[in-house]
Design a protein around this ligand. Structure first.
Ligand code: FE
Length: 293
């Protein structure tokens, strides 16, 4: 495949600025995906960014809350997040680390800042689970910074969190949605060419600086803190006039109905009602191999 044929190139279809929002016990975030102005980007449901050096903006954290039917992927650029959950999973992720949590049929967890001052900068991405895996057992995995490969191509550096790039394979677990999560840093004036499977839904989030995405002549400027939805081709050409850091996120669409409310993501309204009932009745979390009610 010729990387430079125009018809193999992803173009920007939509650019939407992230929106200020409040989550957890009063944490100020920016919501990059999961906002009214963006379509669902199957299999992704939500992308939030915390970016603040004001402890009042993040210290309240995310006290115990339930989930079902989804995977939450937390990536820290700076600061610490202390996780504790109903499966016995517990740990602190800090600069460069990732927590990959598969909520399956149910988990109750807390996500609290592990620091009282300083810069807190990180992301949480929600990846949907296919219907046949929504009620699987919950799992909690930490991907440590030193286990996340960093590839340099020219002046561009690419951390491969999930999926693969130029022989480097990210440490994320294998999933039927085949998620690709790349953290890309490009200095001013540089260019790079990235590729993800052509059938994958793909978007970028420019968390610092801005860049031009798409082939020469048809590139779109994506400003800081914005989500750009990409067309379904294989290759992505990027030019960093001013320097840019962004996440490139891609995955195989599930093409299944979605019924979601708060922390639960199911396929039907009846399953959603059941999730709330199970939570209220204390049956969301099944431990020690006990069978589902
Ligand atoms: Fe959570």
């Amino acid at each position: 495949m010729n990387m430079y044929t125009a018809n193999g190139q992803r173009t920007v279809q939509l650019v939407v600025p992230s929106e200020a929002a409040m989550e957890g016990a009063g944490v100020r975030i920016r919501r990059a995906l999961g906002i009214a102005r963006l379509p669902d980007l199957d299999p992704f449901l939500l992308l939030d960014e915390i970016h603040s050096d004001d402890p009042d903006a993040y210290l309240a954290g995310f006290p115990p809350h339930p989930h079902r039917g989804v995977e939450t992927v937390t990536y820290m650029l700076s600061g610490q997040m202390h996780h504790k959950d109903s499966t016995g999973g517990e740990g602190v992720i800090s600069t460069g680390d990732v927590q990959w949590m598969t909520t399956g049929r149910g988990i109750i967890h807390s996500e609290m800042p592990g620091q009282v001052d300083g810069l807190m900068w990180g992301f949480q991405l929600w990846v949907n689970l296919p219907a046949r895996e929504k009620m699987r057992e919950a799992a909690y995995i930490e991907l440590k910074s030193q286990d996340i490969p960093e590839v340099r191509v020219g002046e561009t550096s690419i951390r491969v969190i999930s999926g693969s790039w130029q022989g480097a394979v990210g440490p994320a677990p294998q999933r039927s949605t085949e998620p690709v999560i790349l953290d890309v840093r490009m200095p001013a004036g540089s260019t790079c060419d990235l590729a993800v499977p052509a059938e994958h839904t793909a978007f970028v989030y420019t968390y610092q600086g801005q860049g031009r995405f798409g082939p020469e002549g048809r590139a779109a400027v994506v400003p800081p803190k914005a989500t750009a939805v990409l067309s379904k081709e294989r290759n992505l050409h990027v030019k960093a006039d001013l320097g840019v850091r962004f996440l490139l996120i891609a995955g195989r669409p599930l093409n299944e109905p979605i019924a979601k409310a708060g922390p639960f993501v199911m396929n039907t309204e009846a399953e959603l009602v059941q999730a709330f009932r199970d939570y209220q009745a204390g049956r969301l979390v099944v431990s020690d191999g006990a069978s589902a009610a």
